[in-house]
Ligand binder design. Structure first.
Ligand code: SF4
Length: 721
């Protein structure tokens, strides 16, 4: 029996766990693995259902990919083959396509679920071995707008610029568009004090599990119409400014751009915002005054105040402006960089934070460096042993990368790592058509996901507890996932696959294969950058999970400060105490744009999508866990009972939903906690129940974030469809 301390394979809370591999059975069967929660500040030793059942993903399951698969022609079935044949096939097709169409004929699609080492190697592989600019990742569908907003306003993008445990002391937490009670249940322990003081305020069109945490005097639930968040926030800012409830001293010392911001909110008086958001003017005024009073009380020696956003307000075509408005509210209140509270965004994917720092984004090199900045290009190229001239420029954001497949502007081949795009991308039927038009689709995955099932070559990879690596959690802490068990003999590490492909492509820049070697390279390459990992130590990550930035000259030793759980703090747990990330050291308030509403559907219904407690992302992993699938086995659409009755729908009936983009069928679940003009679908299911058959691929022009949360739809009983 052996025990290994590691972290969960799923979300960005990265709960700690102990995996126990029990001895093999008498007939030589694979050792059973059990999971138990372990001490860690974000999770307090707890696990949710997903984490507690994660060991079922390990081992030689019948549905596990254990050998490379290839398809001999478009209509042929996938067949098993050797690694040599599979890699040769990939390399010869890539070489031929690039000879004919140039380097950008090949696209690479990464993921916020990859370890830091894999995300880093993927970016380096794309830009040095493939010499393509066409790389982006699924974080574009997840954190892009919040990341852009934090970079614009605060000058640095770290999800929570403070330890999550700082929430433990908060008297007021405004939670916008985040259902943590379902998506990351151990998070809820950090809201207990605010709940006890009646200070948890949840903004969500649904009466979600998190909204229910405000019941019995624990707080307040505001339910704007989908897409009504931005007018609501601007109106709260309007009241703060109109009633002189802002912190003038903080604003003059620590910010610029107040005039432009004031102009943007000038017309959003509460009665106007009420008409658009559906939240009453009285509630808007109450919210502004409540936040201002709590912030004032904190500065008089009271408890801190936090405003947090999640995908519910960020996955909109005005997602960046909405996140900017939320950050701006905290600046008006004089909170960020003080002990009185601040703003944070709650990262979703396990390595959503590290994934966007390591250089797999279309516009970034490792260390949050810009691919268009000459000095950044020069630095990274030199450290990679190449020249800035040899590096490609900026690529296409993920949505455009996928939506141009099959067109003259599109790539001819796509390599997909750790993503299931025909479930998770907007307008998935369009994406499916594009994938079919490719000359080559290569998918690296653990299981035969819906996307892998369409591939010409499928490469089976090791996962989570079968290999070593680091991830960066929602607080910017770098932690180690450790190898606890041996993976199937036929599966390989993605680091090995990328290094081997680079070798076979005669890349002038070699790639390291071992996680610790890649980690050492990340330290060298990010040194001096905004996300500086240079002071990190492989073992130190395993022991204490330091916070970046962590330079070689600062922050590498434990500070005298202890975390709330009594452990030493290493690195930079709290950002912005003296300066924000911009060169002038100030936060940049600025103009906010509200875009015209989409035309309503004939039925006046709006679809919003989200997650369930039992499933993670596209469900590739969690739909394979028996207990999780039993609770939620198929796509459902939640409908208010009055809305269902109007359409002749009963609980459990099958209904058809139509949008301008597509049609799907799902089982009806009645939910009196919904607005009557809103229906809700989880996005974890593929095929005819994929919620993203209905979403349209409308983009936020600032971050290229797709609109996932507000799609006009019609709803019919199947018989009448
Ligand atoms: Fe924790 Fe998230 Fe894993 Fe659940 S899924 S155990 S909340 S890390």
């Amino acid at each position: 029996m052996s025990e290994t301390r590691t972290h969960c394979p799923y979300c960005a809370l990265q709960c700690a766990m102990t995996l126990t591999a029990h001895d093999a059975g008498p007939l030589g069967s694979a050792p059973a693995v059990t999971v138990a929660g372990a001490s860690f500040p974000t999770s307090g030793g707890r696990l949710c259902r997903k984490g507690a059942t994660a060991a079922q993903l390990l081992g030689d399951r019948p549905d596990r990919l254990t050998a490379p698969l290839v398809r001999d022609h478009r209509d042929a079935d996938l067949r098993e083959t050797s690694w040599d044949e599979a890699l040769d096939r990939v390399v010869s097709r890539i070489t031929a396509l690039q000879r004919r169409h140039g380097p950008d004929a090949i696209g690479v699609f990464g993921s916020g679920s990859l370890t830091n080492e894999k995300a880093y190697s993927l970016g380096k592989f794309a830009r040095t071995a493939l010499r393509t600019s066409r790389i982006d990742y699924n974080g574009r569908f997840c954190m892009a707008s919040a990341a852009r907003a934090a970079t614009e306003v605060l000058g640095l993008d770290r999800g929570l610029p403070f330890p999550l445990t700082d929430l433990d002391a908060a008297c007021t937490v405004l939670l916008l568009g985040s259902n943590v009670a379902d998506t990351m249940p151990p998070f809820v322990q950090h809201l207990q004090k605010a709940r006890g003081l009646g200070g948890l305020i949840v903004v969500d069109p649904r009466r979600s599990a998190t909204a229910h945490l405000t019941d019995d005097g624990a707080g307040h639930h505001l339910a704007p119409a989908p897409g009504g968040d931005l007018p609501l926030l601007l109106s709260v800012a309007h009241v703060l400014l109109a009633e002189s409830l802002v912190d003038d001293d903080y604003l003059s010392r620590r910010t610029t751009g107040l005039g432009a911001f004031r102009h943007s909110v000038g017309e959003w008086w509460p009665e106007r915002a009420q008409a658009v958001s559906g939240v009453s003017a009285t509630r808007i005024r109450w919210l502004a005054r409540h936040l201002a009073a709590a912030a004032r009380a904190s500065k008089a020696g009271g408890d801190p105040v936090f405003i947090l956003t999640g995908r519910g307000v960020e996955q909109h075509r005005d997602g960046t402006d909405t996140a900017k408005a939320a950050i701006s509210l905290t600046l008006l209140l004089g909170l960020p960089g003080t002990r009185h509270g601040g703003y944070g965004t709650i990262t979703g994917q396990g390595n959503g934070q590290g994934g966007r720092e390591m250089g797999q984004k279309a516009d970034q090199l490792p260390g949050l460096r810009s691919i268009t900045d000459p000095a950044d290009r020069e630095t990274v190229a030199r450290r990679w042993g190449t020249t800035a001239d040899a590096l490609p420029g900026a690529g296409l954001p993920a949505t455009q990368l996928l939506h141009t497949l099959g067109t003259d502007r599109g790539v001819k081949a796509l390599l997909v790592h750790g993503a299931n795009v025909v479930v998770s991308a907007p307008d998935v039927r369009h994406v499916e058509r594009g994938l079919r038009a490719l000359d080559l689709l290569v998918v690296c995955d653990v299981f035969l996901s819906e996307t892998a099932a369409m591939a010409d070559v499928v490469l089976p990879v090791l996962q989570w507890a079968e290999e070593d690596g680091t991830l960066t959690n929602l607080e910017g802490r770098i932690l180690r996932r450790r190898r606890a068990v041996t993976g199937p003999a036929g599966a390989r590490s993605e680091l090995w696959i990328l290094a081997e492909l680079a070798r076979r492509l005669d890349s002038p820049v070699p790639l390291a294969e071992e996680p610790e070697e890649v980690f050492a390279e990340i330290r060298r390459v990010t040194a001096g950058s905004r996300a500086d990992y240079s002071g990190l130590d492989w073992e130190r990550c395993a022991d204490v999970a330091p916070y970046w930035p962590l330079t070689q000259t600062r922050g590498t030793e434990p500070s005298t400060e202890l975390s709330t759980t009594g452990e030493p703090v290493i690195g930079t747990p709290r950002l912005f105490a003296e300066r924000f990330g911009h060169a002038d050291g100030r936060a940049h308030l600025g103009p906010i744009t509200v875009r015209p509403a989409q035309p309503a559907s004939a039925h006046g219904l709006t679809l919003t999508t989200g997650r369930l407690m039992e499933h993670y992302q596209s469900g590739t992993q969690t739909r394979r866990v028996r207990e999780l699938l039993a609770v939620h086995p198929e796509a459902t659409v939640s409908v208010h009972p009055a809305t269902a009755a109007e359409r002749g729908l009963e609980d459990g009936a099958r209904a058809e939903l139509r949008s301008a983009t597509g049609t799907l069928r799902a089982r009806v679940v009645l939910d009196a906690g919904l607005r009557t003009d809103t229906v809700f679908m989880p996005f974890h299911f593929g095929g005819t129940g994929a919620a993203n058959r209905l979403t349209a691929g409308l983009l936020d022009p600032l971050s290229q974030m797709p609109e996932f949360k507000s799609t006009p739809v019609d709803l019919h009983p199947i018989s009448a469809a």
